[in-house]
Design a binder for this molecule. Structure first.
Ligand SMILES: [Zn+2]
Ligand SMILES: [Zn+2]
Length: 429
């Protein structure tokens, strides 16, 4: 059995891994790397056309964003994933096709991606690329899956995983059996703060600002954290722990929220029961609002909480709010997610006093807060996850910067053969 990383080796982004053996072959994820410029998997010339089977772990573009180009370059693959992943990928890919730069695929290619998607339930067995395949809950975003493949050997690909449960999702499935594990290491060198700790801080930061009569801006990714944050705020407001103010959702979060609601069967039982048995639908909460005006003046009128894309301030309606609200020290900008190098979000956290929005220097006089509400597993959770896999011999570390992967590798090397592959390097399993 052979493994090659075309992306996602020593980096977070453009995940694309080929697993193959005699007469069997499957591509695991097909993503892009979003940053100051977009980077693609390092497929050899003409490779795309040969791709017949692709399993998609989850909808985030670093795992699905190259599917449109794959079709445009002549591939006619079968795509495997959970139904929620199919729906969310459709929305994210269509949005990227519409607003991205240097796009090399059309909206028709996006439709073709959706048409070629075969969706399966968690734990349901099926054939993919000649392998016996099964998808298991990864706990990262709605529909996120680990891919289990059985050929000469048993291989488990983690995709992005979270070991802790969240408001919406159960933690990833543990104790599976595999000879080899392809494991993400986003936070391979970092312990994440406890969820309760982070949530308490978020609530007290918001309360402080509302009390002062200010606006709270929470930049968020469209899929995953956005929905978690919204449901969290809703439940604190319902219980009276947060004062009643409007919670505005803006940008792609709105659309993704709809798809989350339609695919709520993939959320944890508690959430489903609340909706099905008590007609108490957190998605349809009276506290949620969407802006009515293009210039968002309606949102700016009174103190409120705004959850908007994009998560790292690289675009989206969040910039409109920031431009209007940055002058007032009563207002607050709260970062809840990872801010990559080179983004406005990173610059602000590094202490920038002004940022550029639409060729305008905007002075930042509002308060800034940073906390982590992550959809990934931290260092010891990742190590425990690997140690819980039965029969495990080999661990291939991907989806993390080199430092993170090396630190994680050191911990795992006592018990397993650890490989931190370079891009395009062939690894034997
Ligand atoms: Zn992800
Ligand atoms: Zn990822």
């Amino acid at each position: 059995m052979k493994f090659i990383a075309y992306g996602g080796a020593g980096e977070v982004g453009r995940s694309a891994f080929l697993l193959s053996e005699k007469r069997k072959s499957i591509l695991l994820d097909c993503g892009i790397k979003l940053g100051e410029k977009v980077e693609y998997p390092l497929f050899p010339e003409g490779f795309e056309k040969t791709v017949r089977d692709v399993a998609i772990s989850h909808a985030h573009l670093d795992h699905s964003g190259h599917l449109g180009s794959l079709i445009a370059k002549g591939a006619r693959p079968t795509i495997y994933g959970i139904k929620a992943t199919k729906d969310l990928t459709g929305v994210l890919l269509a949005d990227y096709q519409r607003i991205g730069k240097n796009i090399d695929f059309s909206d028709r290619d996006v439709s073709e991606v959706i048409r070629r998607f075969h969706s399966y339930e968690f734990r349901e067995g099926f054939r993919a690329g000649g392998y016996n395949a099964r998808l298991y809950n990864a706990g990262h975003i709605l529909g996120s899956a680990m891919v289990h493949l059985e050929g000469e050997k048993k291989v488990l690909y983690s995709g992005d995983i979270s070991a802790r449960g969240t408001r919406m999702l159960d933690g990833c499935e543990k104790g599976l059996r595999a000879d080899a594990l392809i494991l993400e290491g986003t936070y391979g060198s970092e312990e994440l703060p406890g969820t309760r700790e982070s949530v308490n801080r978020l609530i007290s930061e918001i309360k402080e600002t509302i009390k002062e009569g200010g606006h709270v801006i929470i930049p968020s990714f469209a899929v995953g954290r956005g929905q978690e944050i919204l449901l969290l705020l809703e439940s604190y407001m319902k219980s009276g722990a947060l004062p009643e103010v409007k919670i505005y959702m803006d940008g792609m979060i709105k659309k993704a929220m709809k798809i989350y609601r339609q695919n709520v069967v993939y959320a944890k039982d508690e959430v489903q029961k609340r909706i099905l048995l008590s007609a108490d639908d957190p998605f349809a909460s009276k506290h949620f609002f969407v802006p009515r005006r293009r210039d968002r003046k309606d949102v700016l009128k009174e103190p409120c909480i705004i959850v908007s894309t994009s998560g790292m301030l690289s675009g989206g309606p969040v910039l409109t709010y920031l431009k209007e609200l940055a002058w007032n020290p009563k207002n607050k900008l709260i970062f809840v997610g990872y801010q990559a190098e080179g983004t406005r979000g990173r610059k602000i956290l590094d202490g920038a006093k002004t940022i550029e929005i639409d060729d305008e220097e905007v002075e930042l006089r509002l308060k800034i807060a940073e906390l982590r509400i992550s959809g990934h597993a931290g260092k010891s959770e990742l190590i425990q996850f690997a140690q819980g896999i039965k029969g495990l011999k080999k661990v291939i570390l991907v989806h993390g910067d080199e430092e993170s992967l090396e630190e994680m590798g050191e911990h795992l090397a006592h018990k397993y053969e650890v490989v931190i592959p370079k891009a395009l390097e062939e690894v034997r399993i």
